[in-house]
Design a protein around this ligand. Structure first.
Ligand code: FES
Length: 150
């Protein structure tokens, strides 16, 4: 099997896997980073959202091979002990219900605030539009992103 050198959460990893294995599978199964969730597996639900070179990406539709030389960040690496402003806002506003989609929501929100520190409601809605929450926590998500930005 081919080997790939990945940089994940600031650490280098040599991973042996099939050429077409998704980055999501490598993160979860090879590296034990289970924050990115498997929802649809086809880039539609956003449950797996992580950062690649600082931008929100969906590792279920990226291969390990395509990820070589990129900086991958999962929610585990977003901040030491969950102290990113978005994570604090999520806790303060008690956003999560079942919680399954929330790492992806948080990573999408963090990427938004990194490129646009004070987004209006339309910008927040547009950035998070494709992150699905089956519990319908959207109003709290919107409020928490506003809170983190403020
Ligand atoms: Fe990656 Fe749904 S699992 S977008």
């Amino acid at each position: 099997m081919p080997r790939y050198r990945l940089l994940v959460n600031g650490r280098r990893h040599d991973v042996e896997t099939e050429e077409d294995t998704s980055l999501l599978w490598v993160l979860r199964e090879s590296l034990g980073l289970t924050g990115p969730k498997y929802g649809c597996g086809v880039g539609v639900c956003g449950a797996c959202t992580s950062h690649v070179d600082g931008e929100a990406h969906r590792p279920c539709v990226v291969t390990a091979a395509e990820s070589e030389g990129r900086h991958v960040t999962t929610i585990e690496g977003l901040s030491p002990r969950g102290q990113h402003a978005v994570q604090r806002a999520w806790r303060e506003l008690d956003v999560a219900q079942c919680g399954y989609c929330q790492p992806g929501q948080i990573m999408a929100a963090a990427a938004l605030l990194a490129r646009e520190p004070d987004p209006d409601d339309d910008a927040i809605a547009a950035a998070l539009r494709d992150n699905v929450c089956r519990c319908g926590t959207y109003p709290r998500i919107l409020a928490a992103v506003r809170h983190a930005a403020g």
